[in-house]
Design a binder for this molecule. Sequence first.
Ligand code: ADE
Length: 260
Amino acid sequence: MKITILTLFPEFYESYLNTSIIKRAISKNSVEVHICNIRDYSLDKTKRVDDIPFGGGNGMLLKCQPVLDALRAVKTENSKVIYLGPTGKTLHQSVARTLSKEEDLVILCGHYEGIDQRILDYVDEVISIGDYILTGGEVASLVLMDSVIRLLDGAITESSHLDESFENGLLEYPQYTQPRVFEGKEVPPILFSGNHQAIDKWRRKESLKLTKEKRPDLFEKYSLTKQDKKLLDEIENNKVGKWEERAIEGAKKFTKNKEA
Ligand code: ADE
């Protein structure tokens, strides 16, 4: 995939592109990222890119000429052109997944109060990263790029995506690492049972519990399987399942026998 960012602040991207997963994706040729400075395309003697809005109002707007000349210089017939702004459709995991299948993304970052409305006629999609106003599209472009690049082959292993929050309509279950006890807080014993079926079931139960509690909007849309319904009954009645008790007991016996 090729991603081209049209921005007034190219230096903003330096550290991000040299960091961890993104750096790896670039070095493995999963993605090529080009940063294009809109100002380089200004035909104005002083390289001006903005002007005041007709009809009055606050702030400055990006002008058509430098933005569209920059866009024409980088766009190919396969490009999908995205403008980042608060009036767009909200970025969700499903949007990131769809965009990760594109060959060539061009991302236009607005600044100041916004852009001349006519620029939108040259854009395929407007995306917002949430219901709040940022000072410009650069921060939003990092969010969008990050959510897309990590889905590309060569960024992270495919199996890491499967249980992630939003991928299957539920929030991800909690995870733990060493030490087993930290400041008196213990890791749930089922995770040491060695019973992978029971661990998967426990994780599913935790995902259901978390989503129901923290994101009732997602939970409502989610269609429960037969097993989910049983787990939900345990959650609502604050019950530890027989399957869970058995898995933990089995592991305890196994450890005792090994010690004996
Ligand atoms: N630019 C300013 N606010 C924004 C938002 N919420 N999402 C995307 N781009 C923006």
